[in-house]
Design a protein around this ligand. Structure first.
Ligand SMILES: CC(C)(COP(=O)(O)OP(=O)(O)OC[C@H]1O[C@@H](n2cnc3c(N)ncnc32)[C@H](O)[C@@H]1OP(=O)(O)O)[C@@H](O)C(=O)NCCC(=O)NCCS
Length: 407
């Protein structure tokens, strides 16, 4: 598990008047001002005990000050994200909020600009976020780069009864095995998170309440688990929200789906965050599910050489890509780079012919495999000769990236 309490920016002493325009809160009052802004901005925030900023860690909280008071706030959550079977250090940006009386005056843009510069200074390869609006984040170099969809299905339509594995409640002593299993599960799917403690906590709680955990095993070897919470509807029927699910084997997936089916006398609809590429859906005998997408997540390549050399690539491919990257916000990313692929790893050097010209925004969906070079060219985000685009398509090929968590 990634340590979410890594300090990106040391604690600061001193009075508010000495505080820089941007940085971690320097007092409890500043945290409260930020909490007030965030609550108003989102209408509702999970202030369950402990409150959001405390759960995330004060060292991961940033505020933007104006005239001595907090005007905007966000969270920077260090974790990892799996690409090509490797965990790339990633900082998730969450809870971006500007004081309501200062909306539309460029503060959101300034806050994101500061955050992106800080992440570059701390040598973060990539950063991801869930956008409520594209304009703000595109301005800071982010671009849609993957999906998170809601899967729903009727409990009485699952149609599976496979009890080969035993199912039992998760106990505290199971945590190390659960963490290990989740990592082994997630590394197979591009875009999945290599979770920090904060993400683990948020994933296993629903509106402040912990989910009920169940695992499936054989001879003491855990092969899958899920956490869920029942949700009582106004018509006194239950829905079941699966907060987290992982199955290392097909029989574990079938056992977990059987468990969900066993809820059918009381539960009408079961929901979880997944994707059309979710292997659980491939285990269903019939196409009885619906999929809704609330919108993509966005990615920012913060440090081009670090990002390109940190991810994994398909084994057995030898290739050389000449990239000409443009980045108005972070000039350190500007210029030609050569990406050399060999034995599943990438090596980056400055220089080369810059044959594939692209903005750093276009590099994000190429990097994750969300859009092919040809699709990016059609979207006006990349230009290059046909043979180079074909080579890039092979290098960045992979299943569509998806995420199951939120932050
Ligand atoms: C979204 C929010 C952070 C923007 O902050 P802001 O200081 O008002 O934004 P800025 O004035 O810096 O504008 C930056 C860009 O975002 C766009 N923008 C601003 N507010 C927007 C909104 N509510 N919806 C859509 N786009 C918006 C602006 O048009 C501008 O685009 P441009 O750079 O292409 O001109 C702020 O309105 C807010 O706190 N909203 C409520 C909480 C929220 O939605 N947070 C985002 C969660 S992902």
């Amino acid at each position: 598990m990634i340590d979410s309490r890594i300090s990106l920016w040391g604690e600061r002493d001193g009075q508010m008047t000495d505080a820089p325009e941007y940085g971690p809160p320097i007092s409890g009052e500043e945290v409260e001002e930020a909490a007030e802004i965030t609550s108003r901005a989102f209408g509702r925030v999970s202030w369950a005990d402990p409150p959001l900023f405390e759960r995330a860690g004060r060292e991961n909280h940033r505020v933007l000050r104006e005239k001595g008071t907090v005007a905007a706030s966000l969270l920077l959550v260090p974790m990892g994200q799996w690409f090509g079977g490797r965990s790339v250090p990633m900082v998730g940006i969450g809870s971006v909020a500007v004081a309501a009386d200062r909306w539309g005056q460029g503060l959101g843009r300034r806050l994101m600009h500061e955050a992106v510069h800080e992440l570059h200074e701390t040598e973060t390869p990539i950063s991801a976020l869930f956008p409520a609006t594209f304009a703000l984040y595109r301005g800071a170099g982010y671009e849609p780069a993957g999906t998170k969809c809601e899967v729903s299905l009727a409990a009485n339509q699952i149609g599976l009864s496979d009890r080969e594995l035993q199912l039992r409640p998760i106990e505290e002593s199971d945590e190390p095995a659960i963490f290990e299993l989740q990592r082994a599960h997630a590394r197979r799917f591009p875009g999945h998170l290599d979770r920090c403690r904060f993400i683990w906590h948020e994933t296993r709680h629903w509106e402040g309440k912990p989910g009920d955990g169940s695992l499936v095993e054989l001879d003491g070897r855990v092969e899958g688990y899920l956490y869920s919470v029942p949700n009582l509807r106004p018509d006194f029927r239950l829905d079941l929200r699966v907060l987290d699910v992982a199955a290392l084997t097909a029989r574990a997936g079938r056992r977990l789906l059987t468990f969900l089916s066993d809820h059918r006398s009381q539960v009408e609809t079961i929901r979880w965050d997944g994707s059309p590429a979710d292997p659980l859906l491939a285990l269903l005998p019939e196409p009885v599910y619906q999929i809704q997408s609330p919108g993509p997540w966005m990615l920012r390549i913060i440090d081009v050489p670090a990002a390109l050399s940190a991810r994994g690539y398909p084994e057995g491919i030898e290739a050389e890509l000449h990239l000409g990257v443009h980045d108005r916000t972070l000039p350190q990313n500007e210029g030609p780079f050569v990406l050399e692929i060999s034995n599943g790893r990438g090596r980056v050097e400055r220089g080369g012919e810059g044959r594939i010209q692209l903005d750093v925004r276009g590099l994000a969906p190429l990097y994750t495999g969300h859009l092919s070079p040809q699709a990016l060219q059609a979207a006006g985000l990349l230009e290059g000769p046909e043979p180079d685009l074909h080579a890039a398509a092979v290098v960045f090929a992979g299943p569509a990236p998806w995420m199951t968590e939120g932050f």
